[in-house]
Ligand binder design. Structure first.
Ligand code: SAM
Length: 253
């Protein structure tokens, strides 16, 4: 069943008004008719809805039933990603959304090659927000991850407090004797309801200055297996492992 994330100002009492791109998708792509059902979500709540009225600019739906689904990770994950080259961010945001990421922060780091001016940044962020919304709808999540404006490492660390500050360090990949940086040691310290920040470097990795700054800020280096992963693979490894740990391995069978 089609799912749409509808801004809260389009909800009133027991009706939801759907307009713009979502209206186009329902009417022109899915060619839906009055009487058919869709799922509408907003701020973590999802409802089964019935299409009551379709006119030339809006679809009016009636709320039928609140859905008690549990599609979200029991912890909050913020992924801070060193800006990669090309369109890798599209893939990272799409896949990380499917895997349960809640916040995404593009990071300007010492070794990032790309430079975003204000105009380019706005265009990129709009595109990433559209990708996150569509990936949330496709994966039946009840929220859409927040795509933040570009930040520096300093802004990121100072912007919010986290229960766990993880730096995905490829340097640890080459050293499996340091058990404190094992992913297992790190994830076993996490409790449901915690907020984790995962920082991933760009293709060139972290500079020495960045690593020592992050260490001084109390960040924990973590290993994502013994191989050197591409910058776009590393976040997916981490989120998949978190989902496995909290949603599959630990769940009551
Ligand atoms: N320039 C680095 C080198 O040659 O060793 C590789 C950087 S890697 C392509 C990009 C980012 O992915 C790294 O900065 C790190 O955040 C993450 N990463 C890749 N493999 C990892 C691993 N095995 N453990 C932890 N992080 C990893």
């Amino acid at each position: 069943m089609q799912r749409y994330f509808i801004p809260s100002d389009q909800w009133k009492d027991d009706t939801v008004t759907i307009i713009d791109d979502d209206y186009h998708h329902i009417v022109n792509v899915m060619r839906m008719k009055e009487g058919q059902s869709v799922i509408c979500s907003s701020n973590g709540l999802s409802y089964l809805c019935e299409i009551k009225q379709i006119d030339d600019r809006s679809v009016i739906c009636e709320l039928i039933e609140k859905l008690t689904e549990q599609q979200e990770l029991p912890i909050s994950v913020t992924l801070a990603q060193g800006l990669p080259k090309g369109d890798k961010l599209d893939l990272i945001v799409q896949k990380s959304t499917e895997l349960g990421m809640e916040h995404f922060v593009p990071l300007q780091m010492d070794r990032t090659i790309v430079k975003w001016d204000h105009k380019k940044e706005q265009k990129k962020l709009d595109r990433l927000r559209k990708i996150a919304k569509e990936a949330s709808e496709q994966s039946h999540r009840s929220i859409v991850p927040v795509i933040h404006a570009k930040q520096s490492l300093k802004e990121l660390i100072q912007s919010k407090t986290y229960n766990h500050l993880w730096v995905a360090s490829e340097l640890e990949a080459k050293d499996d004797t340091n058990h404190s940086s094992s992913f297992k040691a790190a994830i076993q310290q996490v409790n449901e309801g915690d907020h984790i920040l995962i920082i991933v470097g760009p293709e060139g990795g972290f500079s020495e200055k960045e690593i020592s700054y992050l260490k001084r800020q109390g960040c924990q280096s973590i290993r994502l297996g013994p191989r050197i992963l591409r910058t776009e693979t590393a976040p997916l490894y981490a989120l998949s492992a978190i989902s496995f740990y909290f949603e599959e391995w630990r769940c009551e069978v």
